[in-house]
Design a protein around this ligand. Structure first.
Ligand code: CUA
Length: 353
């Protein structure tokens, strides 16, 4: 029965998900699992209500139907029955309490971020914290204790709690990694905090890689649906290696005089907004240090030179056709050949290979 009810819901959910690993019904972390438990509990309660109400309806339907032609007497009326009224008031209250207790328990549990401030003997923070800034229409991830920044790509270790400070820089968005947990609003006027957990086994579910996708879950403008980000869960050792590689990009920049046309054009046209060092601080546009490691461009296009070129060319139009409302448009002027060279240069920006 549990399987049947799940399968019914999964059909509806998965039909929209395709091959991407974004299903809340295949959780890849402790938080996601507990959220799924509440989902299943509420489905059971709803099923119970539907079954009982339908049964009562069918009994009433058949028991009190007119059985003989010409029969015309009214059945016994039960208006004003205190017993009945107590029953149909108390039962919903009990059902709501059954639902409310675990919901509240989990809600407070996921908001318990006291460990964020714990320090070791040397005064270093022990928990991994990521500052998430939602922007129209992309995501910035800052690791304050490691001193690095990424955009569109959240990299996390498996097997430990990862704490998030969530904020938005323009309008309200919402941070959601369906397979792992959430969602939580990112507001302009205050920081929301919670944690997620990316289990060890999660780093093997998606073709051997713990890659998930995150979504913006709050309608924020014309490109809301395209505001996706990649999440990569690495074993702790691999995560530490990634952090070290990211820190090593300190001072990395694009050379205006480079013989590589892509790099030189990038330096002259794009470097004002985009950084190519993970230690560069906040930028106006997404940090591109790990562009070559991404598996999408602009959150939704294929990670190819062709699509990157198309995206750059789209950016020169006064209004973006590919991602309406994005703020890159109209800020530079390059030829299609230069755009292709920039794309090829961007693909060389990697810390993982
Ligand atoms: Cu950002 Cu929807």
């Amino acid at each position: 029965w549990r399987l049947f009810s799940l399968l019914t819901v999964m059909t509806v959910f998965l039909s929209a998900c395709g091959e991407e690993y974004i299903s809340t019904l295949r959780p890849a972390g402790a938080v996601g699992k507990e959220q799924l438990d509440i989902l299943i509990l509420s489905i059971w309660i709803m099923t119970l209500v539907v079954v009982v109400v339908s049964a009562i309806y069918l009994v009433a339907f058949f028991k009190f139907r007119r059985t003989k032609v010409g029969e015309n007497h009214m059945p016994k009326q039960v208006e004003g029955s205190h017993t009945l009224e107590v029953i149909w008031t108390v039962i919903p209250i009990i059902l709501l309490i059954i639902l409310a207790v675990p919901t509240l328990t989990y809600t407070y549990k996921f908001a318990d971020v006291a460990a964020m401030d714990e320090v070791d003997e040397e005064g270093n923070k022990t928990a991994l914290t990521v500052n998430v800034t939602a922007k129209l229409y992309w995501w910035e991830f800052e690791y304050p204790n490691q001193g690095i920044i990424t955009a569109q790509e959240l990299v996390v270790p498996t097997g430990e709690k990862v704490y998030f400070n969530l904020i938005a820089s323009d309008v309200k968005h919402s941070f959601w990694i369906p397979a792992v947990g959430g969602k939580m609003d990112t507001n302009v006027d205050g920081i929301n905090k919670f944690y997620l957990q990316f289990d060890k086994e999660s780093a093997g579910l998606n073709d051997g890689e713990g890659v998930f996708y995150g979504k913006c879950a709050e309608l924020c403008g014309p490109s809301h649906a395209l505001m996706d980000f990649k999440v990569k869960a690495l074993e702790p050792e691999a995560f530490n290696a990634w952090v070290t590689a990211m820190q090593a990009t300190e001072g990395q920049t694009a050379d205006r005089e480079s013989s590589d046309i892509g790099e030189a054009t990038f330096a002259n046209s794009c470097l004002g907004c985009h950084a190519v060092s993970a230690v560069a601080g906040n930028g106006l546009g997404p940090n591109l240090t790990t562009f070559g490691d991404r598996n999408r461009v602009a959150g939704f296009m294929d990670h190819t030179v062709e699509d990157t070129t198309e995206w750059i060319m789209d950016g020169m139009e006064p209004e973006s056709k590919l991602k309406p409302g994005n703020l890159m448009t109209g800020k530079y002027n390059v030829t299609p050949e230069e755009a292709k060279a920039i794309s090829e240069y961007l693909m060389t920006l990697t810390v993982e290979k």
